[in-house]
Design a protein around this ligand. Structure first.
Ligand SMILES: C[S@@+](CC[C@H](N)C(=O)[O-])C[C@H]1O[C@@H](n2cnc3c(N)ncnc32)[C@H](O)[C@@H]1O
Length: 215
């Protein structure tokens, strides 16, 4: 099976089981820090949203407008049941085509490392375009370089990621400015967590008038 089909098939098989183990990972402090920076009702895109729990549910309860996309129809089916106030689509994050400046923030937890790493720069370039000026990015990525296939809840699963330095370079190359990054070790795994911001566009300055000039 091709890599992307392994991922889709793997999550279709394990969606329920994965959710049962999801609370091993602790994301509360990252989400709360993000929430403090967002305006009420902000629009958030979650790529590789899974079953919508716990993150989308929490964000919706805080009054944010959440759109989630995921490759797996099973995951999106669960997400629609779990978080009926959010909007969900079965979609490959490598093919997102939202209009520029659509979202106040893009988030992604434990998902980007299922996309071939050669495509990561292009993905972040697209995310940068889809976020409004001054908007945010909160993502987890690999903490070490690795690519391969391993068993995951009884199915073959594909992972592909760079190490910390290259990941941060990709985020910055796309135009985001890193606000905070750290290695999270919850769930007995290591993940790079990065919070970044799209710079505000400078307002064009008006021509200055010489007040002493005679007319
Ligand atoms: C480990 S789960 C994490 C789900 C959720 N973000 C969470 O924190 O619980 C990874 C998710 O990424 C999705 N995914 C993997 N590759 C994807 C792709 N190319 N486009 C969209 N979703 C993808 C999988 O289907 C799966 O639901």
């Amino acid at each position: 099976m091709e890599n992307k089909e392994l991922v889709r098939h793997g999550y279709n098989n394990c969606a329920q089981n994965y959710l049962k183990h999801r609370d091993l990972f602790q994301n509360q402090k990252y989400i709360d820090d993000l929430i403090d920076r967002l305006e009420p009702n902000s629009k958030i895109l979650d790529i590789g949203c899974g079953a919508g729990i716990p993150i989308d549910k929490y964000l919706v309860e805080k009054g944010f407008q959440v759109t989630g996309i995921d490759l797996s129809s099973e995951q999106i089916g669960l997400a629609k049941e779990n978080v009926s106030q959010a909007e969900y689509h079965i979609q490959d994050m490598s093919e997102i085509d939202f209009p520029d400046n659509s979202f106040d923030c893009v988030i992604s937890f434990y998902a980007i490392f299922h996309v071939k790493r050669e495509e990561h720069q292009q993905l972040f370039d697209r995310l940068f375009a889809s976020v409004k000026d001054g908007g945010y990015l909160l993502v987890t990525m690999g903490a070490g370089e690795w690519e391969g296939v391993e068993d995951f809840f009884g199915s073959e699963m594909f992972w592909s990621h760079f190490g910390v330095e290259k990941n941060l370079e990709i985020i910055q190359n796309s135009g985001f400015q890193i606000i905070h990054q750290e290695i999270d070790q919850s769930g007995n795994e290591k993940h790079l967590v990065s919070l970044a911001q799209k710079p505000q566009k400078r307002k064009a300055s008006l021509p200055s008038f010489d007040t002493n000039q005679e007319i």
